[in-house]
Every structure is written in C-alpha cells, then in structure tokens.
Design a protein around this ligand. Structure first.
Ligand SMILES: Nc1nc2c(c(=O)[nH]1)N[C@H]1C(S)=C(S)[C@@H](COP(=O)(O)OP(=O)(O)OC[C@H]3O[C@@H](n4cnc5c(=O)[nH]c(N)nc54)[C@H](O)[C@@H]3O)O[C@H]1N2
Ligand SMILES: Nc1nc2c(c(=O)[nH]1)N[C@H]1C(S)=C(S)[C@@H](COP(=O)(O)OP(=O)(O)OC[C@H]3O[C@@H](n4cnc5c(=O)[nH]c(N)nc54)[C@H](O)[C@@H]3O)O[C@H]1N2
Ligand code: SF4
Ligand SMILES: [Mo]
Length: 759
C-alpha cells in the first residue's frame, strides 16, 4: 500500500474552510453538486435515513467560556462570538485553573481550525494509491462492510481501535461502548497508553483506585515541591505559573537528567544518570527513614508494607547509589532532609517517570515517600501525577479500552451486570476479556492476527515508538481507517479510508484536567465542509452497523454525560451530584468526586478539593500499599558503537506533539525551530567537531535521522535530547515497555552522532 498524500480538495471546499462568516456558507448546493444522495444537511436532520443525528447548533452568546483543548492543565478560555461564530479568544480571568493566563497554544486555539489540509469530506484510497472524496454514505458502507467482513472471516479479535486523550469524555464513552458492546470488538486502546498508563497502574496498585489526589491550589500551598521527570515550564506552563504564585518561597527540587527550564528555576537539581531514578528514590527513602522523618502514626493508620519497604531500601547505600546515579551522597541527604523537614511537601511526576521500562515502580517509590512522611490529604501535599493531554483523565475513566467503562472491570460479572443494566444493553454484549493494550495490538498486527484498525484522533505513524516498524505494521493491515481533523497526518497517509472530524471549538462535551476537574468544551465554530464531530460519526457508524437502537439514548453529549453519571454511582469517581453542563459552566468546572450525597444540601462544590483527607484509601481495609521492587538495567545503554544516550520529550511551549495542529498557526511557527534539532553538550560537540547549527546524522539500531545540532550545556556529556515533535525522533527510539503498564519507554536508547560535512 503506498503512502501518497491525499489529493488536495476542490476549490469550493477550500474556500469553505477559509470563510469565517457562517451565514455565507452554501453547504447544500456544494455538497449536492458532489453527491446527489447524501448531503451533510441530510445526515444531520434526525428524520432522514433514520439516523437520528444530533443537530449541531451554534452558540448564540457574544462571549462564552470553554476549556482549552491542548494540555491537561485545562485552562478556561473566553470565546468571543459574532454571528454565531467564535472570532477571537482571551484567557478567562474568572476560572479557578488559570486565573486569566494562557500559553501561546491556548491563545492560538481558533487559528489552527482554518487550514487547507482540514479533512472536509470522507476520502477513499484509489487503486493507484491516491485518494478521492466520497460521500458519507459510501464511506460508512465501506467502513461497515470491511470491518464486518474481517470479523466474519477471522473473528472478533481480528479488529481493533486506537483512540486518544484529546476528544471529550462523551465521545470516548460512545466510541468504547459502540466498538465493544455494539460492534463486538474485543481490542481497543488509546494514546494514553503512551502517556498515563504507568501512573494509572501505580495508583491502582498503591491506592486501590486510579486517583490523582491533588488540586492546583497545592502548588501554592507547598513549602517543598519535588518534580521528578517533569518539565512544567514547557509542558504545563500555566501549572508552573501556579508554582510561581506560591507565597511560601518554596524549596523546588527537580530530578531530571537535563538542566531543563524547570531545573534552572529549582533550588536543587538532581541531575541523575538516565533511568537511575528507582535506585535514587530508594536511597532518598532510606535516608528519610534513617534520619527519623517517618510519620509513624500516619504509617500505622493508613498504610501497609512499611517493614518490607524499610528492609528493601536499606540495601541502597549512599555510596553505591551516588556512583550509579551520578548524584552525590550529600545531595541525596540534603533532599531527604528537605522532604523530611518540610511542613507541606508535594511530589509531582510526569513522563520522565511514566515513559520508563520500570516507571510503575518509580511512580510507586514517589508515592511511598509521600505516604511515609504523611504528606497526603493535606493542603500542599500529595504524590501527584500530572496528566498530559486535555482529556487524558477522561480516557482513564471513560474510554472502555482495557478498563470497563467508568472504572469497572471487564473480568467482574457484577461490574458487567451493573454496566449492562445502566446502559440498557444485553449483558452478553460485554466481553469478559479486557482486550489488548496498544503494544499488544501492534504485535497482533505483526502476527497477522489484527487485520483491520480504526484510528481516532491520534497519529501513531509519528508518535509510536520505533516508528519505522510501526509504519510497516500499519501497511500490513487489510483495512486502516483514520478519523482526524486533517487529511495530511503521517497516519492518514497509510489509510484506506479517512473520516473527516471536527475538532476543539467545533463540538460540545467535557474534558477532565489533571486535578480531576470536568470542564466544558463548546461548539463555537462550524466544522469545515462535511466534517462531523466524532460524536456524530459514532452515531452514524452505529446506524450503519445496525445497532442504532442500542444507542438510542446516546442522543447528544449531555445525554451521554448523564449515563456517565449513573455509571459512576458509588465509585471514587462518583459524579452523580453534578447538575448537568450548566452547573459545570457556572462553577468554573467541577472536580470528581461530587456525589449526590455531597450535593444533598443543594450547594455548589468548593472549587479546590483534594482526596484522602481522612487518611482512608480505596482498598477495602482503607490502607495504601507501600510497593517496592528490584532494580532492572536498561535494555540498551550506550556502548562503543552507539555511545550517546538519546532522551526525548517536549521541546517548546508552542509545539504540540506531532504538530498537526500547532504547525497551522503562523504565530506559533515563529516560536519554535521548524527544522528538527538535537541538543548536545559542548564537550561532545567539540569531540564531533560540531558547532551550533551544524547538521548531524543520528543513528540508532533502528534507523537514522538528520537534525541540526543545538549545542547547550543543559544536557550532560554523553547525553542528547530530541523533541518528539519532529518525525525524525521516533525513527530512533527502541521498542521497550513497562511490564506492568505496557507504557513505552521513550526516553532511553543509545545513538551514534556524526557530523554531516557540508559540501
Ligand atoms: N508544549 C507542550 N506541552 C505539552 C505537550 C506538548 O506536546 N507540548 N504534551 C502534553 C503531554 S500529552 C504530556 S504527556 C506532557 C509531558 O510533560 P513532561 O513529562 O513534563 O514532558 P517531557 O519533556 O516528555 O518529559 C519530562 C522530562 O523527563 C526527563 N527525563 C528523561 N529521562 C528521564 C529519566 O530517566 N529520569 C527522570 N527523572 N527524568 C527523565 C526529560 O529530560 C524531560 O525534561 O506534556 C503535555 N504538555
Ligand atoms: N519519542 C517520544 N515519543 C512520544 C512521546 C515522547 O515523549 N517521546 N510522548 C508520547 C505521548 S505522552 C503522547 S500523549 C503521544 C501523542 O501522540 P499522538 O496522539 O499521535 O499525537 P497528536 O499530534 O496529539 O495526535 C492527535 C491527532 O488527533 C487529531 N485530532 C485533534 N483533535 C481531534 C478531534 O477532536 N477529533 C479527531 N478525530 N481528531 C483530532 C490531530 O489532528 C492529530 O492528528 O506521543 C507519544 N510519543
Ligand atoms: S497551559 Fe495547556 S490548557 Fe492552558 S492554554 Fe496552554 S495548552 Fe491550553
Ligand atoms: Mo502524553
């Protein structure tokens, strides 16, 4: 299968995307001209074809607020609406998350909706490799026939979906329920496997529930903050602003192999050898214990496993760990003292931990430190995983991928009955098998077991680890459907069918941010051409598959929100007390949990709430588990042939992931290097005879890439760093995973760097 870029759209459709005045659109004529049978108007009118599609009304206000659709900070944005169409935005001053601030991505959120490569009609691959536009009717028939045929021939396990942390919870819930209960899929996962799976597994095992305990107010209430493998200056800039507002002159400790923007602002930077976190955290824990900082009454009342923990960490002597981690014994003691003496200590982690082949145990080492020092459930404390995408937390609760929808368990007959009853679907439609995670789906393709794949709002041909291999696997499929806002993504190039989706600003629903806050996104723009919200695409698929009736009550996003509320009843993530979207809007978002009983007095929820204030955890005995494990070496360390560590991650505030969105803004494009670059230490650059800006070749055992050298002292000698935003980066990375969470270990492999001599 070739990888040609889809052909450009007709002039008519291009002009559609560029016009800002909705009233001038002449959709019916345009679409009828291309397809006499089914226009978007028909598709959207409930009566026609029995589709029951939701009309997509425009907001009529002059201004309205919505939660940003990029990172998990979940800033509130005020949208300025003229003639039913948002024409500008400003950060919302009266929103408890961002208090009037936004980063450049947020400011530019509307601009990127207008772009020539927006997918404006379904597109089907031609036999010669190109694409041609087809009607929704043709596309949906093709979709249904191909998936049904594959399942008939090879069984329910031969198909899968891969989704995202970037669509609203209601759409995730719909997709997961439709695919697994309606269409009979067994396998489905999301890009949150690349991102949050480790934190989920760590919390579930340690607390008994996937429950990040904090609220952003904790950034302002701590007196000691420890950031492990997190660079919030770049990746969560408005959360970082909250740190800067802390009035306690907090001590900030950063554990990161690079001297990041965040590390530069820290009082202590532990610049450790990559992947030495577990030993380092155990040594710190041992010092905390030895130096008498354990909160014994908290440990006795709220935890189990302290004796094993103490015995285990006692094996991590200062000298050995100092030698292996490159962090001095004095600094280990000093950090232990800071954590031990702090009044309110919070520990935060992100991808430097989650994206590690032993990340689950590293996250749990962080959780252990918070627990044994009693830094939990009080203002300014917590073991706090910062999420990544705008709705990463939504996907954890609602995507129905390897967890049964609403934090239930596929393996549990009681959970299956509860879900079936709540959703009014036959219980036998709910598989008892939780299905495969992302890495296993990819391996399933390799073995020829997965033959058809539906990809929604993610771009694996760029973002999956060891990209060359991933692309080969995508080409091995009999049928690949890509549902995206843009037809030009790296993954769309491998597709057989492209379904055009509307994006943030063009649809309604809820996102859940890092501090468990449900926030609203709103439709303030018409999607271009025939693009439909993912919600309406799922509805149309349900109809064409013949299960429209099963989803009759899934009429619009708010109706699905109400189903989600029922599913959450009596769980830690209970949201039965929320009085619909209106209350979420009025209250500046609402954090879970907010149960009916909490709401009994008819009060609005307080704006800043944290979990575990009473020292009780979700396990039946109310105790958190202190979990430890053996250290394992990285599978690929630098050697003679590949002498340099390659670290990867976020490069600038203005770049988002695979750049399908951020590259569309002229303003953002000015704020980051367009060409791929690699950060090198001056000593290494000198050895390679490379100066800033020189082109270098980077080779790993998987592939090779070319990038400009950025010579900076922020990486250590022997280490290099490439942002993930460039296609080149994952051509180098090594497929390896955390065994507990299945999350890819993106940040450790070995490369060889050579100068490319200019001619
Ligand atoms: N501007 C921007 N913001 C974003 C995103 C974006 O694409 N662009 N993406 C969002 C998403 S989905 C996510 S998941 C978050 C990610 O947010 P972060 O996790 O903060 O960002 P990263 O740069 O991926 O990784 C953080 C740090 O881990 C360090 N690291 C690498 N190896 C190790 C190690 O062995 N140990 C330790 N301790 N640290 C290590 C890296 O040097 C890096 O500084 O950002 C979100 N915010
Ligand atoms: N080397 C390396 N690789 C990494 C990482 C790293 O640190 N290092 N980080 C990993 C992490 S944490 C993450 S989260 C992943 C992210 O990886 P991806 O999910 O592949 O990256 P995105 O560019 O966010 O892709 C989202 C896609 O959804 C589309 N889209 C946006 N909104 C909508 C919508 O509403 N509907 C539909 N249908 N489509 C939409 C966008 O156009 C885009 O194509 O990358 C991972 N890859
Ligand atoms: S910090 Fe995150 S949520 Fe806030 S404006 Fe920037 S991208 Fe949007
Ligand atoms: Mo992520």
């Amino acid at each position: 299968m070739s990888t040609t870029t889809p052909e450009t759209k007709s002039t008519d459709t291009t002009s559609l995307t560029q016009r800002s005045d909705a009233s001038k659109f002449q959709l019916p004529q345009l679409l009828q001209a291309r397809d006499g049978k089914m226009t978007r108007e028909l598709l959207l009118s409930p009566g026609e074809h029995g589709l029951g599609m939701t009309p997509e009304p425009m907001a009529a206000d002059t201004t309205t607020t919505a939660t940003c659709g990029y990172c998990s900070t979940g800033c509130g944005l005020r949208l300025h609406v003229r003639d039913g169409e948002a024409v500008g935005l400003t950060p919302e001053t009266n929103y408890p998350v961002n208090l009037g601030m936004a980063c450049p991505k947020g400011w530019e959120a509307l601009r990127i909706l207008e772009s020539d490569d927006r997918a404006t009609s379904p597109m089907k691959r031609n036999p010669d490799g190109g694409f041609h536009a087809v009607s929704w009717d043709d596309a949906l028939k093709e979709f249904t026939e191909k998936f049904k045929h594959t399942m008939d021939q090879h069984g329910a396990g031969s198909v899968a979906f891969l989704s995202t942390g970037q669509i609203p919870s209601e759409e995730m819930a719909f997709l997961g329920a439709l695919a697994k209960f309606g269409m009979g899929f067994i396998h489905g996962d999301g890009n949150t496997r690349q991102c949050m799976a480790t934190a989920v597994t760590a919390y579930k095992e340690s607390f008994g529930f996937d429950a990040p305990p904090y609220t952003y107010d904790d950034y302002e209430q701590s007196d000691v903050m420890v950031f492990v493998g997190a660079n919030p200056c770049i990746a969560h800039p408005i959360q970082w602003e909250r740190v800067l507002r802390n009035p306690n002159n907090p001590e900030i400790i950063v554990i990161d192999p690079r001297r990041t923007e965040t590390a530069m602002a820290a009082s202590q930077h532990m610049q450790l050898t990559p992947k030495s976190d577990l030993a380092l955290l155990y040594a710190i824990t041992d010092q905390v214990i030895q130096r008498g900082y354990v909160d014994e009454s908290y440990v006795a009342a709220s935890t189990s496993g302290f004796d094993q923990l103490a015995e285990h960490v006692s094996r991590f002597s200062l000298d050995t760990v100092a030698a292996s981690s490159g962090v001095s014994a004095e600094q280990i003691i000093s950090v232990a003292d800071s954590i031990g003496r702090g009044r309110a200590v919070s520990l935060w982690w992100t991808m430097g931990v989650n994206q590690s082949y032993e990340g689950t145990r590293v996250a749990q080492a962080i959780i252990n430190l918070a627990l044994i020092t009693g830094n939990m459930g009080r203002p300014g404390t917590g073991a706090n995983s910062i999420t990544g995408q705008c709705n990463a937390m939504g996907s954890r609760l609602w995507s129905n991928t390897t967890n049964l929808i609403g934090h239930h368990d596929f393996a549990s007959p009681e959970d299956r009955s509860k879900v079936a009853e709540t959703l009014s679907i036959p219980v036998e439609n709910i598989p008892a098998d939780k299905g495969w995670a992302y890495d296993r789906i990819m391996e399933g393709i390799r073995r020829g077991e997965i033959k058809a794949l539906w990809v929604i709002a993610t771009n694996p041909a760029h973002s999956w680890i060891n990209q060359g291999d991933a692309r080969e696997l995508l080409d091995q499929l009999d049928f690949l459907v890509v549902q995206d806002m843009y037809h030009s993504t790296e993954t769309a190039r491998h597709a057989d069918l492209i379904l055009p989706a509307s994006g943030w600003g063009e649809k309604d629903g809820t996102f859940i941010n890092s501090e468990r806050r449900y926030g609203l996104l709103k439709k303030v723009r018409k999607a271009p051409g025939e693009a439909l919200s993912d919600f309406n695409i799922f509805k149309a698929v349900a109809h064409y598959w013949g299960v429209g009736e099963m989803f009759a009550q899934w009429s619009d996003p708010e109706a699905v929100f109400s189903l989600m509320q029922s599913l959450s009843r009596d769980k830690w993530c209970d949201i039965t007390g929320i009085d619909g979207y209106e209350q979420i809007d009025r209250c500046g978002g609402i954090q879970w949990p907010w149960s009916e009983s909490a709401a009994a007095d008819d009060v609005d929820p307080p704006q800043q709430r944290r979990l575990f204030e009473d020292g009780k955890f979700p396990y039946p005995d109310g105790r958190a588990r202190l979990i430890v494990d053996e250290i394992t070496p990285p599978p690929e360390s630098p050697c003679d042939n590949y002498p340099t560590w390659l670290l990867t991650g976020r490069g600038t505030v203005s770049q988002w992931h695979t750049q399908t969105r951020t590259s569309k803004s002229p303003v953002l494009r000015k704020l980051y290097p367009i060409q791929p670059y690699i950060e090198l230490h001056p000593t290494d650059a000198g050895d390679l005879d490379v100066v800033n800006g020189d082109q270098v070749r980077i080779q790993s055992r998987r592939g090779e890439a070319v990038a400009n050298a950025m010579v900076v002292p922020t990486v250590s000698p022997g280490q290099s760093f490439m942002p993930m935003h460039y296609e080149a980066t994952n051509q180098l990375t090594l497929s390896h995973f955390d065994p507990h969470s299945g999350q890819p270990s993106y940040k450790d492999c070995a490369v060889k760097i050579t100068k490319i001599d200019s001619v």
